[in-house]
Write a protein that binds this ligand. Structure first.
Ligand code: SF4
Length: 343
């Protein structure tokens, strides 16, 4: 390791000692399992949003074995509202595989970790350094941003050749001592000082060597991915109501809202029954498209009126512990409140 790399990690660690985050729930009673769950929740999600989800998840599934023995419905129920549900499905799958392959523990090696679903190289690095106390390298969005600016790296880090360059820089800067603290420090630096817009360079411990700062335009880095126009899609959801119950179907395990419970889609080429009541439309934004959702209520005269095979009646006043997509969950709550108001 060169002396400038040592200076970098020393400065980052000294900053961490007085300004880093040390009281997050996954930093207490640290286990590789708790680190793993927190890392997965924190992908695409802010710390403040993930906190209550993490607490509830740990209360229900305190160990990897508890997670593996839970039903996927129960796991997805704990994910309701957090989005990117493949993360929840993969956690469950990986827990089952860890029971099969590793005696109910997470393995302490990079190769074995990345062989589990949903664990990429950076997440594996975080589990190894924070959970197992090993020297391991991470390169999440926060770290990429700090490195891109510190070295004024041109190029889109989503491209393979640029990513290789980032990984080798991240590796060169990672110290062999206090690697867990360094990992946390880099995440904190990116999340609290070297933010996407308006980085707080005046308080940054590595400002001295930062090329983007010296150039006067740090927010230029990392290079932005060119935004594609977001396609729009439309779906009509048929809410079959019978007394205070609604008919719900479980979505296929792959694709959007995979494994979650929703209302059946009404085929676009089939006219709606005349008594169908349209509810206000709303838009839900996914990472790659916007979905315009048109809910319609269809009063079912009896439970036999619905012929969907993979479904069940759900009582609106007492929603069962199933995984629902967030917009469907709030629709269910609105329907329950409406029924109560009209009774
Ligand atoms: S000086 Fe500014 S741009 Fe450079 S690493 Fe620090 S916060 Fe980021």
């Amino acid at each position: 390791m060169t002396s400038s790399n040592v200076n970098f990690s020393d400065a980052v660690l000294a900053w961490f000692d007085h300004a880093g985050r040390k009281h997050l729930p996954w930093q207490q009673n640290v286990t590789p399992y708790r680190v793993w769950v927190s890392e997965i929740m924190l992908q695409q999600t802010q710390v403040s949003t993930a906190l209550p989800y993490f607490q509830r998840f740990m209360a229900s599934f305190p160990t990897l074995a508890d997670l593996a023995s839970a039903s996927i419905d129960d796991v997805l129920h704990h994910w309701t509202g957090l989005g990117y549900y493949a993360r929840g499905r993969n956690l469950h799958k990986a827990a089952l595989l860890a029971c099969e392959r590793h005696d109910g523990q997470l393995p302490a090696s990079l190769d074995e970790l990345v062989a589990l679903p949903g664990i990429g190289r950076s997440t594996a690095g975080a589990i190894l350094s924070l959970g197992f106390g090993q020297r391991a390298v991470i390169l999440d969005g926060n770290v990429k941003r700090v490195l891109a600016r510190y070295h004024a790296l041109a190029g889109d880090p989503a491209k393979a050749a640029v990513a290789t360059q980032f990984w080798s820089l991240a590796d060169a800067l990672t110290p062999s001592q206090r690697c867990g603290d360094y990992t946390q420090a880099m995440m904190d630096l990116g999340a609290t000082l070297c933010t996407r817009t308006k980085p707080a360079c005046e308080r940054c411990p590595v400002q001295d060597g930062c090329i983007a700062y010296a150039q006067g335009e740090p927010a230029r880095y990392p290079e932005k991915q060119r935004k594609q126009p977001v396609p729009r899609r439309e779906v009509t959801l048929a809410i079959h109501l019978h007394d205070d119950q609604a008919w719900m179907a479980q979505r296929p395990s792959s694709g959007i809202w995979g494994g979650l419970w929703s209302f059946p889609e009404w085929p676009s080429d089939t006219p709606l029954p005349t008594q169908a009541e349209s509810l206000p439309e709303f838009v839900h934004v996914f990472s790659h498209f916007r979905l315009n959702i048109k809910p319609v209520i269809i009063q079912a005269t009896s439970s036999l009126a619905v012929s969907e095979a993979a479904g069940r009646w759900v009582t609106l006043s007492d929603l069962p512990a199933l995984g629902f997509p967030a917009p469907i969950y709030s629709l269910l709550q609105r329907l329950g409140a409406r029924l109560e108001a009209s009774s």
